[in-house]
Each structure stands twice: as C-alpha cells, then as structure tokens.
Design a protein around this ligand. Sequence first.
Ligand SMILES: C[S@@+](CC[C@H](N)C(=O)[O-])C[C@H]1O[C@@H](n2cnc3c(N)ncnc32)[C@H](O)[C@@H]1O
Length: 481
Amino acid sequence: MRLSALLLLPLSLALASASQEPLVNSQPTDEPTVEPAAEPTPKNAYLASTELFPPGPEVAHLTTGSTLDIEPPLSPRHEKAKAQLLDSLIRTPQNWARSHPRYRLLEVLHGLRRHEYRYVEQLREWGEAYQTLPEAQRELIRASTTYHTNFDLIRNLWPKNGALATNILEHALEYYEMDPAELASYIETAEAQRSWDYQPSITDALNHLVRDWTADGAHEREPTYAPILATIKDLLAKHPADAGTFKVLVPGAGLGRLAHEIAALDPRIEVTANEYSAYMNTCYRYVTTLRTPSSTSWHPYINWWSHQPSLAETTRAVHMPDVSINSSSVLWIEGDFLREFASEEGAYHAIVSLFFIDTAKSSLDYLDAFSRLLVPGGSWLNLGPLLYGSSPKLQLNLNDLLAVSEAMGFAFQPTPEEFGPLTLPHRTARARELGYLYNARSMRRNTYQAQFWVARKESRTYTPFPPPEAEPYNFAPGSHF
Ligand SMILES: C[S@@+](CC[C@H](N)C(=O)[O-])C[C@H]1O[C@@H](n2cnc3c(N)ncnc32)[C@H](O)[C@@H]1O
C-alpha cells in the first residue's frame, strides 16, 4: 500500500494486516519496557479542523514537565536575534523558493506531522514481509520467541513517538509564529504534487536529541566534550579579569548541548551557537522549553530492528532532558554560518568546531570565517573527522588541512597528551576515538578517529577570498552516519 493511501486510513486499521497471527498469551521471555499509556487528550483544533489529517488515534501529549508557561524572559540580544529570525522567515512572491528558510521550515513541519504514520507504515510492511515466510518457519518462531507479537507491541508505542513529533511541531508553529492553516495548505499542495519523505532527516534530528539531551548520549558526550571544556577553562583563566566577557562561537551546533556546557562553565562566558538545519533548529527550540529533567520520554530505537540484542532494548524508553536546561544561556542563530556572521569581525575569543569543518564545500571558507571572526590571538578549537560530504569542492587530508591553516595565519598550540596520541608526528592534532549516534547497548558501534587541535589566530595576511556562494551549502543530514 502506498503511503498516501495509508494516510487516509485510521492508524488502527492501517496495521490490521501487519500481524494476522493470533496474539499468544505467554509472557515474553524478555519483558519490554512499555510505559503506561498517557492520558489521551483531544487533538489540537487545527489538526481536527482539516480533512487532510486522518482520524488516527488520539495523540497523547508529552506535557509532563513541559513548562512553556515559565519560559524566562528574553535578553535584549535574544530579542534582537528572534526579531531578525522572524524577519528572515517573511516570504514574498519574489523571494519564495525551496531554499527559503520558511520553505525549509514547512518541509520539517510536514515531516513531523507524518512521522508516526511513516514508521507505522514501515512496521506494517515488516509485518507483511513476515507473513510471507513459510508456515513451518513461522510455527517455529511462534513456539520459541515473541517475534510475531512484536508488531502489535511496537505499534502501540508509536503514538508516544508521534506525540513527541507533534509537540515539536506545535512548539515550532508557536515559536516561528506560523498559522497552522499555512502548514495544512503546504502539506495539501506538497502531497498532491510530488512524492515526499523527510523521515531520514527527522529521525536524524531525533537521534541527535538522544546524543545531546539524554543519559543515553553520555557515552558520546563525555569523551567528546572533555578536551574542549578543559581548553576553554584554560583560556578563560588567561583572559584578563578586566577584559569583559569571554565570547565563544559554536558553528554547526547540532542540538546545542556543547554550547550549553560551555556556557555553564562560568558566568563570564557568553556563548553564541549557530545551526543551519531546520530539522535541528525546530528540535532545539523545543528541547530548550523543557526545564524539568526526565519530563519527556519516547522510544528512539523502535524504528530500526538491526543490531538489537533484545526486545527490551528495542522498546526501551529514553527520558529527556537529562539536565535542567536554561535556554537563555546560549544565543542561538539559525542559518548558514557563512552568511549569518558575514558582517562580524574580531567578535569572538574562541571558536569551537565540533564535527563541523567537513560539512563545507570548501573548508577554506570556514577557516577564513574563523580567522575573520576571532580577535587577534583568539583560539580555534576543532574536534571531528574529515568526512567530506555534500559534493565538496575540496577534500584535504589532515596534513594538508593543517598546512593550509598555518598558511592562513593559524599557529597550532601544544595540547596535553591525555587528549590523545598525535596522529602525525610533526603535527599537534590528537586522535580521539569518538562515538556518534549509536546506542551503546546495541551491537553496533559508529566511531571516528576525531582530530582535536587548538590553533591561535596570529595573522590574516593571505589574499582575500571572493565572497562564498550565495546559497547555503547543501548539507545532507545523516552524511556523518
Ligand atoms: C555532523 S553535525 C554535528 C552537530 C554537532 N556539532 C554535534 O557534534 O552533535 C554537523 C552540523 O553542522 C550543521 N551545518 C552544516 N553546514 C552548516 C552551515 N553552513 N552553517 C551552519 N550549520 C551547518 C549541520 O546542520 C549539522 O547539524
């Protein structure tokens, strides 16, 4: 069945064919962590008011601890950034294009709206595939496992994930001041005109929620943040007491945990973070409304059955946030790093690129921007791989990248041995084996020999580059994993 057809069916009917075998009463050998269903609440008026959306199950909202009502007041610089952001979203007949930030936002909201249905459809297909096994095989599976009951079990968990997507969507409508009717009209047109499937990017962003804001992400965060936070502390200690705030910029900030960790180090630190992806930005805007630890939960591992040691692991609920978040401690600038900061010069004492420099078409554009944005003597901290994606124009190896950086006026600083072994004997880059977006309890490991270095801006004497390309670079979410 095509997805468009599925969307016309109530969810309960859509999966009716997924597990035609009778449910067995025997206890699963491996008890899944199914939480009690949340109280159903009526769908939002706009969802009910349009025939576009099928009358699926009531969506339970994950409101426990979501305290939008006590959002702290915005500082003047946050207010200015928000006004600029809303301005950038204004559409006119002249500027309307797929690269317009409002268009990209609508795509994300469309994807969030369809998140649950898309994966319920996938589950239905898996159920149908199972039914095509020879009866003798299914008989053995039934007799020795609970596999045949997993479809219904997991189908019943999907409303919780759907509710998370809905909450992110609803917060985005409010935050970006978008009329729900505009979204409904966009979805209607998009679904009538072309095929659509934003789920890889939605899932990618939700997986970043695990990486950044749950206890499950600690195995990635701790070794990743350790050298960065230690270096920032060190630089702060050398920052003269009368020199005002110590300004740090984190481009390509993902879902922002590192930026918040840096801000939490010391009140003298002022952090600005930047992120291009509207998938990341809508999730970030939502997660920073959650003030109470563990106030929200979902089941991030139910959509991928590979590498799972047990049903309990596949269905395990993950809670977020793992800490109380202060949204006002970081200034979050949405948009292309090369464009958003083009008019600033000598504004930051440190720039931290985490899993970022390889997202550029030409890393030299990023290096040039770092050099312009840093104060003389400012520091560039890097940690990440060189995984070039998105049709790069330049794919320098580590040695060449460091050589070009030196030619652009960066002086590489010695760093402690505890941060990792030197990758090249004559260079100061240190290798750290770091995980990225994997469940540590699964049977899969996704790691990089990420490179850590600290470089000081000494001079900026090379021939100026022409301005970078007008369009934001074509970042393909998921290109790192
Ligand atoms: C591999 S992810 C790393 C995210 C985050 N630093 C982390 O470690 O979890 C790279 C991030 O850079 C962002 N990005 C790519 N190109 C960008 C650009 N031109 N301006 C701002 N952000 C960009 C992507 O959207 C993505 O979130």
